[in-house]
Design a binder for this molecule. Structure first.
Ligand code: PMP
Length: 359
C-alpha cells in the first residue's frame, strides 16, 4: 500500500527517503548510532548562542560574512571559496542540484553515505555505484578517467576507510571535466585533508561539517570549499531555495567554535585514542574491525549475527547502527564515545557473547 497522498507528484513516486539513526525515548541509552561527539560544544558557544537569541526578530545574514571570514582564515582559503549550509547534507543536495542532469550522472561507491543515492533520485539524476573490494576498500583506479561527477566520502562511511591525498589526486586529476566531491565529514579524526589540492584543481569540491568534530550536530552547520566559480554555482542554488539557510544562533555557534579550535582538536585526539583502544579490544574478542580513520568503528564477528548483536546491545541500553544491506549485514557501526561509554559497550558485547556461548 502506498504511503503517499493522491496529490504526491509522480516524479517522487519511487523515492525512498533517507532513514536517520533512531532516537528512541523509552530509556536512557548510551547513544553510539549517529556519529555525534560525546563532548559538549566549547564554553564560548552557549554564550554566543544566547546573545543571538535576543536578536531573533531579525533575519540572519544571507552572505554569512563573519562566519565565512573566520572559516576562510582557519582553513587558509579565500572567502569566495566557501559556502555555509544547513548541515553538510544541504550542500550535498545543492551539489547534486547544481551539477547533475540526465547527461551528467554521478558516481560513488556501492557502500557509502546513504544520502547520495537519495539526492540523486530526488533530483532525477542517473548514478552509478562503483563496486568495492571484498575488504570494503575503494580502489582509486576504478575512478580514474571515469568521466562522471564523483562523490567520495573520505574517510568513507560506514567503513571508516581512508584514501590518502595522492590517491584522491589521481581521481581529481583524471576527471578534469567532472566535479569531484570529497566529503570530509570525518577528516578531523586522523586523516589528512585534500584541501591543498584546491590550489591546482578547479574541479575539486570539499564538503565539511560541524556536526562531528565540532560537537554541533544539533545546530546544523556544514559547508563546501572549492573554486570560486563552483561556489558561485552553488550560491545560485542556495538563493533559489533558502537564502537564510543558516540561522543567527547557528552562525554565532560556528564562529565561537572556530575561535576555540584547540578545545576541539583535543577532543578529536581523545576520540581517536578511544577508537584505537576499542578497536584492539574488539579484535581481541574475535571481531573483524576495519582500520577506521573516523569517529566510529565498523565491526563484525564471524560467529555472531549482526542484527542479533545490535538488538542485544539495544536491550542492554546501548544503541549502535545496523544496516540491512546484504554485503554488510553482519557489521555494526559503533560511534566512538568517552572511555566510560566504550567500557560499557565492551562489557555489553562480552555479556552477550557469554549469553550465546561464543565467549
Ligand atoms: N557526510 C557523511 C559521510 C555523513 O556520515 C554525514 C552524517 N550523517 C553527513 C555527510 C551529513 O552530516 P551533517 O548534515 O550533519 O553535516
Amino acid at each position: 500500500m502506498s504511503a503517499y497522498s493522491r496529490f504526491f507528484s509522480d516524479r517522487h513516486a519511487s523515492l525512498e527517503a533517507y532513514t536517520p539513526g533512531e532516537q528512541p525515548r523509552d530509556m536512557a541509552y548510551i547513544k553510539l548510532n549517529t556519529n555525534e561527539s560525546p563532548y559538549p560544544p566549547s564554553p564560548g558557544v552557549a554564550a554566543a548562542v544566547a546573545r543571538e537569541a535576543g536578536r531573533l526578530q531579525l533575519y540572519s545574514d544571507p552572505t554569512c560574512r563573519d562566519l565565512n571570514a573566520k572559516a576562510a582564515h582557519v582553513l587558509g582559503v579565500g572567502e569566495d571559496q566557501i559556502l555555509m549550509t544547513n548541515g553538510s547534507d544541504e550542500i550535498l543536495n545543492f551539489i547534486f542540484m547544481a551539477f547533475g542532469d540526465s547527461r551528467h550522472p554521478f558516481a560513488f561507491p556501492t557502500l557509502t553515505y546513504g544520502f547520495y543515492p537519495v539526492f540523486a533520485r530526488l533530483n532525477n539524476i542517473p548514478y552509478r555505484e562503483i563496486p568495492m573490494g571484498t575488504d570494503l576498500s575503494i580502489d582509486p583506479a576504478d575512478y580514474r578517467g571515469l568521466g562522471m561527477h564523483i562523490v567520495i566520502a573520505n574517510p568513507n562511511a560506514p567503513t571508516g576507510l581512508y584514501l590518502d591525498v595522492s590517491q584522491i589526486e589521481q581521481i581529481v586529476a583524471t576527471n578534469r571535466d567532472s566535479v569531484v566531491v570529497v566529503d570530509e565529514a570525518y577528516i578531523d579524526f586522523g586523516g589528512e585533508s585534500c584541501l591543498p589540492l584546491l590550489k591546482a584543481y578547479d574541479n575539486l569540491l570539499i564538503t565539511r561539517t560541524f556536526s562531528k568534530s565540532y560537537s554541533l550536530a544539533g545546530a546544523r552547520l556544514g559547508f563546501g570549499i572549492g573554486h570560486p566559480s563552483l561556489i558561485a554555482d552553488l550560491n545560485t542554488i542556495k538563493y533559489s531555495t533558502n537564502p537564510y539557510n543558516i540561522n543567527r544562533m547557528t552562525m554565532a555557534a560556528g564562529i565561537a567554535a572556530l575561535e576555540e579550535n584547540d578545545y576541539y582538536r583535543e577532543k578529536c585526539r581523545l576520540v581517536a585514542g578511544e577508537r584505537e583502544r576499542t578497536k584492539a579490544a574488539l579484535r581481541g574478542l574475535g571481531f573483524t574491525v576495519t582500520d577506521s580513520a573516523a569517529n566510529f568503528l565498523f565491526a563484525a564477528h564471524p560467529e555472531l549475527d549482526g542484527e542479533e548483536l545490535y538488538l542485544a546491545l539495544r536491550r542492554r541500553g546501548i544503541l549502535v547502527r545496523h544496516f540491512s544491506t546484504p554485503a554488510i549485514r553482519n557489521y555494526n557501526r559503533i560511534t566512538v564515545g568517552t572511555a566510560t561509554q566504550m567500557d560499557a559497550l565492551l562489557d555489553a558485547v562480552k555479556d552477550y557473547m557469554k549469553e550465546v556461548s561464543v565467549l
